[in-house]
Design a protein around this ligand. Sequence first.
Ligand code: NDP
Length: 293
Amino acid sequence: MSENTITLNNGVEMPALGFGVFQTPPDVTSDAVEEALRVGYRLVDTAAAYLNERGVGDGIARSGIARDDVFIETKVWISDYGYDATLHAFDKATGKLGVEQLDLLILHQALPSAFDRTLDAYRALEKLLADGKVRAIGVSNFMPEHLERLLAATSVVPAVNQIEVHPYFQQTELQRVDAEHGILTQAWSPIGGITSYRDSEKSTFEDPTLLAIAAEYGKSAAQVMLRWHLQRGRSAIPKSTKPERIAENFDVFDFELTPEQLASIDALDTGVRGGPEPEAITLEAFDRSIPEA
Ligand code: NDP
């Protein structure tokens, strides 16, 4: 088994390091995905809300890589929550991606103020799993209380919880809860992109600790952060539209951080979230229509 493989709680194997496409414009998505597959990525993470699933599907088709060799992950947006609506969201996603089956389908957010709808959406994922239309199901941005409510009301433990994790925001308690239930933590903004594109006070790419470690190996801060995720047992899905960075972010399998270096990165946590507060996600504020395929 390669170093880039993680086994999910239902036995399905998933590449640990994948490719993200949040904010990748639809017209450049297929090129970015094709380039990522060319340099070795075998997991692509998209979402209905990114409006670029079609580009992801085109890029995979153009790559010439067999469908079974690419792990496709996408997310259902909150506007499509509800049992029937979420079943239909699967049809929309697969229609745009041009595939019959998804490897991993996750709920993009909990809807704390309409949790019954969140549960109905998850029950639709369970149905898709039982019918063999998806190989694994999961969630994203679920906090411990959301996971507890979900686990109490449904049957299938999510395979994955995709959450914001980078050196400046690590959510260690949430990661502990994920692990306790056998849920894999998958890091979004794994190299702290959100600390640069969201006007934070400091960006992970300029962090002195990360740069010092990077210099020891002749690597970049981004590569050090990705090693840190992999060695801590997390999946990570860095995004770039630039060929040189796409390659750089996958070139992380030829060095290993020491336990002391891992600990010094753990110590960079500021506790400051970059993304939206999960508890504050409402349909009123975030409703958006997801187009048909
Ligand atoms: P990342 O941590 O992947 O960082 C991406 C940003 O960093 C982009 O601005 C990119 O710019 C830049 N970048 C990429 N590689 C490098 C590098 N080697 N050196 C310097 N800069 C670099 O952040 P994302 O927020 O995009 O998260 C990754 C993925 O996680 C998303 O694409 C998406 O798939 C998922 N995600 C999920 C969320 C959720 O709610 N579930 C929320 C946010 C993201 P450029 O493209 O110009 O290279």
